[in-house]
Design a protein. Sequence first.
Lengths: 172, 99
Amino acid sequence: MSALQWVFIIASLITVGAAVMMVASHRMMHAALWLAVALLGVAVIFVTLEASFFAVVQLLVYIGAILILIVFAIMLTQRSTEAGSRLNSLAWGAAGVAGVIWTALTYVFIRWVVSGTPMQELGASFDDVVLLGKALVDAEGFAVPFEVASVLLLAALIGAVYIAFERKGEGS
Amino acid sequence: MPLMYYLGLSAFMFTIGILGVLLRRNPLVVFMALELMFNAANLAFVAFAAFHKVLDGEIFVFFVITTAAAEVAIGLALIIAIFRTKHSVDIDQMSELKG
C-alpha cells in the first residue's frame, strides 16, 4: 500500500473512533474535545483529497470558531451538564432508524459505484485556489450566492446577539 | 484511492451523527452531532469534486460551511436563552411550544 493509503486509513480510523467517543461520552467537555479530534481527522482526509484550501478552512472555521463557540456554550450552561449523560427514552428506536439509514446509504453507494461506474482510482484533483476564488466573485459564476451568504452571516450575527441579550425585568 | 472509501467513511460519519442527534438529550451534544453530519456531507462533496474534476462540489462545501457557522451561532444563542429562563437544557423539557 502506498503512503497516501496509510494516511487515509489512519486518519479515517481516528475520525470514526473520535466520532463514536463523542456521541458516547458522558461529560460535555469531553464530547467537545472528541469532536475536535474528529474534525482534525476530516481535515487530514481533505489533505489526502488534495483540497488544501478546505483543510485550512476546516481548521480555521470549525476548530477555530465553531468549536470555541460550543465550548463557551458548555461552560455557560455548566449547571446542566451533569444530567447530560442520560439517553433518550426512545433509544432503541433511534438506533433502528440510524441502522436503516446506514444500510440504505451503503446499499446505494455500493450499487451505484460498483455496478454503475467501475471502482476507479481518484486522480490528482486540481487544487486551484485561484479558480475557486475567481468563481466566487464572477458574476457568471457564484457571485450572487456569495453575497447572499454574507447577508446570511450578518443576519446570524445580529440575530444571535438579539436572542442571547439579557432583557431586564424578564426571566431572572 | 477509490471513491468508495471516502463515501463509506462519509456514510459512517453521517450515521454516527444521526445516532447522536436521536439518542442524546443534551442539545449541545445534538449540535456537535449535527456538525459531524455537516462534515460527512462536506467529505462526500469534496470526494465527488475530486472524482469528477469539477469545481462545483468545492463551491458547495464553501456555502455549507458558511451556513453551518450561521446555524451554530443562532442555535447556541437559543440554547443560552432557554437555559436562562428554564435553568436546564434538557431536550425533553423544551415542550413549551407543544399545542
